[in-house]
Structures are given as structure tokens and as C-alpha cells.
Design a protein around this ligand. Structure first.
Ligand SMILES: N[C@@H](CCC(=O)N[C@@H](CS)C(=O)NCC(=O)O)C(=O)O
Length: 214
């Protein structure tokens, strides 16, 4: 299987992290999103949004959306309950990640690391407030149980860890949120954890605008 990937993307990080836990060897295909490689007809036929990550199976089926990819790859593994409330709780937190975390912390980290805070100045205060609220909610919930969706480490933890543990890159302070930082340590202690974070600065093109942004 192939992963269409962009190094600094924490959405792609989630998939690489799960692949490591599963000892799954994905062929990594880098997509230069700031050079328009996501906007080519060939890539848009894989994902009409033009975004990574995209998983391509050996039979050529393509699946976009990081959390859908996590759900597909984790099926039948210890990282995704098979049914019922336990599975629904994992999906609930995957949705929380997309609704509260990625559009706030993810966007702020991107704007901060690519010098676009001025360009998007109107959106910065609400993204910052929203990001802090998401971190507070997570900190509160993680005071009640060891992992996001219960007693076990699941894809909900991988998904939420991706952006929350790099919140400092977006100038959001996690150090006072002790339940959250203790959970970061629990996640890092999981077998076959692989947490390489790649800053946008490795890609000089990342100062450009994305083809479909704004
Ligand atoms: N909801 C999507 C968001 C994917 C996304 O925004 N990917 C970014 C990189 S982090 C991207 O490829 N952007 C390029 C673009 O939108 O043109 C997911 O979770 O996979």
C-alpha cells in the first residue's frame, strides 16, 4: 500500500504513527503540495480536495481523510474496538479532532511556521481561542481516564496526539495542562511508537500559498 504524504503534515503523521504500531510497511510517495502537486488532475482523481494524506491500496482504491485512513488500517487490530459503544467512542473523538483540534491548532501551527500569521490575522484570535478550548477539554477528559476513549490506547489517541503535542509550535502553552502532558508521555511509551515531527522549514516552498487555500 502507498501513502501520499507531505512530511510536515501532522495529518500524515497520524498515519505514519499507526503504520509503525502495526509494523506495516507503507510505500511513502511525497506530494509537494506547495508546488501544486496536489492540484494535478492525476492527484485530484485520487482525492478531489487535493489534500494529503491519501492511502492507495494494492488494488488501486484510494482513501482520503486521515481519520478514515486510521479506521481502515486499524480494523481488526487492538487499536480499534470491533463494535458497540467502545467503537462509537473512538469515532466520537476522531470527529472531535477534526472539528476542534485540526482547524485550530493545525491551522495556527501552519500559519506560524510558514510566516502567514499576518496574512491570516483576522482568523488568528478565534483559532487561538478555539485551540485553547480544545486543549482544556482534552486536559479535563484525560483527568478521568488514561486514554481518550477509555482504558486502552486507540486510533483516537493517535489522531489527537498528532496536533495537540505540537501545540507549542502554534504558540499555545500545554505545560500547565498536566493531564494532557502526562498523556503525551503515556502515548510515547506505547510499543513501536514513532513520533518524528518535521517542521515546515524543511520545505522552502511552504511560504507559498496552497492552491486551494483562502
Ligand atoms: N481533513 C483532512 C485534512 C487534510 C489536509 O488539510 N491536508 C493538508 C496537509 S496537513 C493538505 O494537503 N493541504 C493541501 C491543500 O489543501 O491544498 C484530513 O484529516 O486528512
Amino acid at each position: 500500500m502507498r501513502l501520499y504524504d507531505y512530511g510536515p503534515s501532522q495529518n500524515c503523521f497520524k498515519v505514519r504513527l499507526l503504520a509503525s504500531h502495526l509494523n506495516l510497511n507503507l510505500e511513502i510517495v511525497p506530494v509537494a503540495i506547495f508546488r501544486g502537486e496536489g492540484a494535478t488532475p492525476a492527484f485530484l482523481s485520487k482525492n478531489p480536495t487535493g489534500a494529503v494524506p491519501v492511502l492507495e491500496t494494492d488494488t488501486g482504491e484510494c482513501l482520503a481523510e486521515s481519520n478514515a485512513i486510521l479506521t481502515f488500517l486499524a480494523e481488526g487490530s487492538r487499536y480499534l474496538p470491533l463494535s458497540g459503544m467502545a467503537r462509537a467512542c473512538v469515532i466520537r473523538w476522531l470527529m472531535f479532532e477534526q472539528q476542534y483540534v485540526q482547524p485550530s491548532i493545525g491551522l495556527l501551527r501552519y500559519w506560524t511556521q510558514t510566516s502567514k500569521l499576518d496574512q491570516y490575522a483576522l482568523g488568528v484570535p478565534s483559532a487561538r481561542a478555539f485551540g485553547n478550548r480544545a486543549l482544556d477539554i482534552l486536559d479535563g477528559e484525560l483527568g478521568k481516564r488514561p486514554f481518550v476513549a477509555g482504558d486502552r490506547y486507540t486510533i483516537a489517541d493517535m489522531s489527537l496526539f498528532a496536533y495537540s503535542h505540537v501545540a507549542a509550535d502554534a504558540h499555545l502553552d500545554v505545560s500547565t495542562r498536566k493531564n494532557l502532558t502526562a498523556w503525551f508521555d503515556r502515548v510515547r511509551a506505547e510499543p513501536d511508537f514513532k513520533g518524528d515531527v518535521i517542521p515546515y522549514s524543511i520545505d522552502p516552498d511552504s511560504r507559498r500559498n496552497l492552491p486551494f487555500a483562502g
